[in-house]
Design a protein around this ligand. Structure first.
Ligand code: NAD
Ligand code: ZN
Length: 241
């Protein structure tokens, strides 16, 4: 029976909230090629385009709400025991704030957070809700025009990798929800978990690139599959006590 759980979520967990996924049918992210908006080179080349792209994504958060998948994961977080032999870690690749708005606490944003700004002058990170395009002043060092989105772009190192690796090495269940399995290192977490002896489960609308590396795949919308999984996990846990 699972005690130490690591859950990875991707854009698919937010799709039913109305946040478009990354590789939609046209292979673009909100109409843009990834190389034009999500790399350090794109930011050097055309900072205004990149800033306004993330400003729009940040502003759009006000119009979306957590869906039943986010709520179910928050319910699991508050009910799952903490302790010597129990643990839970939610790792999201998403840059939206829907997991924390639903109430998840034991969670990490491995690809950064739309609601954070990173100052390249003083290296500090500040909660941010407004635009960055108009070159605001850093509230820590007062420098103007050095704030960038606190987002991990392609070619940059994801955040919190040491903590994630430690949790995967101890996990007995790894669940991946709504991610295409295209973006490394997240796409390799299933292999690390299997090496550690964990059971592995994928929840996705369709078969993903990684499906054959999971012990089990359940196909369907996250808003239906995740609440059912959480009921199973909590039901099994309470009957074992
Ligand atoms: P992706 O867009 O590459 O893949 C989305 C996956 O979700 C697909 O496998 C698709 O089949 C599945 N899916 C779609 N709707 C679903 C649903 N209702 N239920 C279950 N599964 C569903 O996304 P990714 O693998 O997360 O990689 C994308 C990268 O893009 C990440 O680095 C992330 O930072 C960024 N991104 C983030 C957001 C966000 O924060 N919400 C949105 C788009 C892209
Ligand atoms: Zn600063």
């Amino acid at each position: 029976m699972a005690k130490r759980i690591v859950i990875l979520t991707g854009a698919g967990v937010s799709a039913e909230s109305g946040v478009p996924t990354f590789r939609g049918p046209d292979g673009l992210w909100e109409g843009h090629r990834v190389e034009d908006v999500a790399t350090p080179q794109a930011f050097d080349r055309d900072p205004r385009l990149v800033q306004s792209f993330y400003d729009q994504r940040r502003a759009a958060l006000a119009g979306v709400q957590p869906n039943p998948a986010h709520h179910a994961l928050a319910r699991l977080d508050s009910a799952w025991p903490h302790g010597k032999d129990h643990d839970l870690l939610l790792v999201t690749q998403n840059v939206d704030d829907l997991h924390e708005r639903a109430g998840s606490r034991r969670m990490l944003h491995m690809h950064g957070d739309l609601k954070s700004a990173w100052c390249l002058a003083c290296d500090s990170r500040t909660p941010w809700t407004g635009p960055l395009l108009d070159a605001p002043v850093c509230p820590v060092c007062n420098a103007r025009g050095h704030l960038r989105p606190d987002i991990v772009w392609f070619g940059e190192m994801p955040y919190h990798m040491a903590r994630i690796d430690r949790a995967l090495a101890r996990a007995d269940l790894f669940v991946s929800i709504g991610t295409s399995g295209n973006v490394y290192p997240a796409a390799g977490f299933v292999d690390l978990a299997r090496k550690a002896g964990a059971d592995t489960l994928e929840l996705n609308l369709d078969q993903s690139m990684a499906s054959d590396r999971f012990a089990q795949s359940r196909l369907g919308p996250a808003g239906t599959l995740v609440p059912a999984l959480v009921d199973d996990l909590l039901g099994t846990e309470s009957s074992a006590r």
